[in-house]
Design a binder for this molecule. Structure first.
Ligand code: SAM
Length: 276
């Protein structure tokens, strides 16, 4: 139970997932590390810049940026998971970084003085925000004139296990909204429209092809995505099914993955969006 922030049930569950499960193994993924750094590489970061990293997690982006802005710069990382932030803090201390701080906060409800940051970044978490337009409007208030917001998120072809899972659930006419799929922005056009609605200038919205091999066994464990927190699965659609029916759907998921397996494992499509 995350008792330091007042969160709605969806965000409470998100915090619990990242506190209790993901924080323990998040940094084992080399792919996530590389992919978040692509966001940092795609934006211009100058010594002295003040940068906000929303949903900083274990600090992949915030730490890299702190090294680039130098001692005259400042980086703030916010996240709603205490345990993810703990990991980020440990890493910053180990690197002796003095120009970085981490705050426990909900990215949709943060409060900073207007004109505080040159750059606001959010890697791998923007799809989790509920009201995306309001969130972008809020974040843009904290930007200095001429500042930028940079987002990184997975494309609709992304995460092979999600694509397989989605198709199987659709075949069964089961609507499970894991990963906020019903409320996601997963095409270039949708991103451009959203940015304009939020009164932001579009500098670029581009996709990049990424991915890596994951073992069949590891990919099968991603079945758990069906239980990923969502604001709308209330009650979860599986509560209407018997345990036999759930096991049958899971077996179908595993069979589909087995068909995709190669000697190197399963190709996990990690195609992403980079947005400025
Ligand atoms: C997939 S991780 C991404 C972490 C990091 N940005 C990275 O790319 O390595 C998602 C993170 O978003 C955080 N998160 C989700 N919704 C959030 C919100 N509304 N406000 C702040 N953090 C949030 C989670 O706690 C988790 O640490």
């Amino acid at each position: 139970m995350n008792n330091q922030l007042k969160l709605d049930p969806y965000k409470q569950k998100l915090a619990e997932v990242y506190d209790n499960t993901r924080s323990q193994n998040y940094d084992q993924s080399k792919w996530l590390f590389q992919i978040t750094h692509r966001l940092v590489e795609s934006v211009e970061i100058k010594p002295g810049d003040k940068v906000l990293d929303i949903a900083t997690g274990t600090g992949h982006v915030a730490i890299k940026v702190a090294q680039l802005v130098g001692n005259s710069g400042w980086v703030v990382g916010v996240d709603l998971s205490t345990k993810m932030i703990e990991q980020a803090r440990k890493k910053a201390i180990a690197l002796n970084l003095k120009n970085i701080e981490f705050q426990l906060a909900d990215g949709e409800n943060i409060n900073f003085p207007d004109n505080s940051f040159n750059l606001i970044l959010c890697a791998n978490a923007f799809p989790l925000m509920i009201d995306k337009e309001a969130t972008l409007r809020l974040w843009s208030k904290f930007l200095k004139p001429g500042g930028f917001i940079g987002l990184h998120s997975i494309a609709e072809t992304g995460f092979t296990n999600i694509v397989v899972l989605k198709k199987i659930l659709e075949n069964h006419r089961i609507n499970i909204d894991f990963f906020q799929l019903s409320n996601t922005v997963n095409t270039i056009e949708k991103y451009e429209n959203l940015l304009r609605q939020a009164n932001l200038e579009v500098i670029f919205v581009k996709t990049e092809t990424h991915g890596s091999y994951r073992s069949l066994e590891e990919t099968k464990k991603k079945w758990n995505f069906v239980y990923y927190p969502s604001p709308v699965n209330n009650p979860h659609p599986f509560t209407k099914l018997s345990s036999e029916e759930i096991e049958a759907i899971k077996a179908e998921f595993e069979l589909e993955l087995e068909k995709l397996a190669t000697p190197e494992g399963i190709w996990n499509n990690g195609t992403t969006f980079l947005v400025l």
